[in-house]
Ligand binder design. Structure first.
Ligand code: HEC
Length: 448
């Protein structure tokens, strides 16, 4: 019994120690501190995950985000894709992104962890919507096919060859040296762009690897990119070429771990998109057996006869053509008699029409290779069964790259030549044209 009292007593002592923490920090366990620049410590164990122990103890650099490039719109056909149009005041509803960066290196690689706040997860890029919403910032029509929805991104820029613009040199003004003609394009020299994004690079566990130079502007590195446009024609109003084929979308990420891509947002295993959308719209609104009776005019839900759900969410892409038919024909579906009144051709057309309401993924994904597969990513996002509704508050993105890739389109971290490297960092919320961030930061490699 005495022992029990003793334990209870010491537990009380522990509780009060939590409330009034006078205890000095034990030597060797100094809490992480904020540093003036981004400092990379030498590590012998690779901090390969966002949850690696190193990161919880590492010092951090807090980046003060500023408006970098704002007020930009996409070309015709690309609508509602500029969530960072007003910069800081529109990024995540105007909340401070509180961007922090941490870094480490080992004998072969650099590791950079970026953490920032963005309350909404945006995960698509140029999805195909039929008669989608108008863009309040743009004049172009949204009738027929348009490309809509965008994703969240972070990008880093390092110098490859002495780059400059009228603003100055990269070493003096950072990213401003790569901005010219209001594009990512230095006047001279070359800049390396690491472009992490949720729609096109993270699915395979990479950041996009790009180069900006005076001749071509911004271009992807050599090798195969991780994506190709899902386009039946050549413009952003041509409509989709493919849809999901219904097979599980297994991928092996760059880190070697297995993952499954959610077909609501990602298109990997594909089959041609067929069907006549205009005829599908007519059949959907058929006076006797049209789906609109329950699923609402244009599929917005709240029909006059029943409480069929809206068809305007990307989750409809989780039905393959076959599982869509099975669901609509099932005895549990209130609209099964309406469905069975449709001819096989009408069914195909109606499914295509409904896909246009839900939004077909705008890109097909593919395994990147060559210099396009240099930057390996890990993050705290889940792409398997994506649930956008509760959102999340903080992104954690880890980028890993070889100090020297050996590819001519990449920046080199040659620590015998220099231990300090100027870089820029940009954040995008539901955008790919406007960004906030910092033009000039410094990465310092600390001695081994
Ligand atoms: C009499 C009302 C009614 C009609 C008419 C109707 N539905 Fe439905 N539908 C529902 C209800 C209620 C649900 C939700 C329960 C369920 O999934 O079965 C639903 C759900 C669905 C779903 C699943 C949606 C999801 O988000 O998972 C599909 C697919 C579907 N309907 C297709 C059709 C098609 C195609 C037509 C026209 C041929 C049609 N429905 C007509 C009532 C109806």
């Amino acid at each position: 019994m005495k022992k029990v009292y003793w334990i209870m007593f010491s537990m009380l002592g522990l509780l009060s120690a939590c409330n009034y923490d006078y205890s000095p920090v034990p030597p060797g366990l100094t809490p992480p501190k904020s540093t003036a620049t981004l400092e990379a410590k030498y590590v012998s164990t690779a901090p390969n995950k966002v949850s690696s122990a190193y990161w919880s103890k590492a010092d951090f650099h807090a980046v003060t985000a500023q408006n970098l490039s704002i007020g930009n719109l996409y070309n015709n056909g690309l609508l509602n894709m500029t969530g960072t149009y007003n910069g800081l005041s529109s990024f995540s509803g105007g909340a401070n992104p509180n961007l922090t960066m941490k870094a480490a290196y080992d004998d072969s690689s650099l590791y950079v962890l970026l953490e920032w706040t963005d309350a909404t997860v945006n995960i698509s890029n140029s999805s195909w919507l039929h008669n989608g919403p108008l863009d309040p910032l743009k004049g172009d029509s949204s009738r027929g096919w348009t490309s809509q929805r965008n994703n969240d991104k972070v990008a880093l820029a390092f110098e490859i060859d002495a780059a400059s613009s009228s603003a100055g040199t990269f070493s003096n003004v950072g990213c401003a040296a790569s901005c010219h003609n209001n594009q990512m394009q230095p006047q001279t020299g070359k800049v390396d762009i690491w472009d992490w994004n949720l729609a096109l690079s993270e699915p395979f566990g990479y950041a996009g690897d790009m180069i900006a130079d005076g001749n071509t502007g911004l271009a992807y590195d050599a090798g195969q990119k991780s994506f190709v446009r899902n386009n039946a024609g050549s413009t952003d109003t041509s409509g989709p070429a493919f849809e999901w084929d219904g097979t599980v979308q297994n991928v092996t990420r760059a880190s070697g771990t297995a993952s499954i891509l959610d077909p609501a947002f990602y298109l990997l295993n594909k089959t041609p998109f067929t069907g006549d959308i205009a005829a599908g719209e007519v059949a959907f609104h058929n006076l006797s057996y049209g789906c609109y009776h329950c699923h609402g005019e244009n599929g917005v839900g709240n029909g006059e006869t029943g409480d069929g759900p809206a068809f305007t969410s990307a989750s409809i892409n989780r039905y393959s053509r076959q599982s869509f038919k099975d669901h609509a024909a099932a005895s549990t579906h209130d609209g099964n008699s309406y469905y069975s009144s449709m001819s096989p051709t009408e069914v195909e057309n109606v499914i295509s029409y409904i896909r246009g309401l839900a939004g077909v993924p705008g890109y097909c994904l593919q395994q990147p290779d060559g210099s396009n597969a240099d930057i390996i990513s890990a993050s705290n996002t889940n792409l398997v069964n994506v649930n956008l509704s509760p959102g999340h508050t903080q992104y954690k993105v880890l980028l890993k790259r070889k100090l020297n890739t050996g590819n001519p389109d990449d920046a080199v971290f040659n620590l015998t030549q220099s231990t300090e490297y100027v870089f820029g960092v940009a954040l995008m919320d539901n955008d790919g044209k406007n960004h906030i961030g910092s033009l000039k930061e410094t990465l310092k490699f600390l001695n081994k």
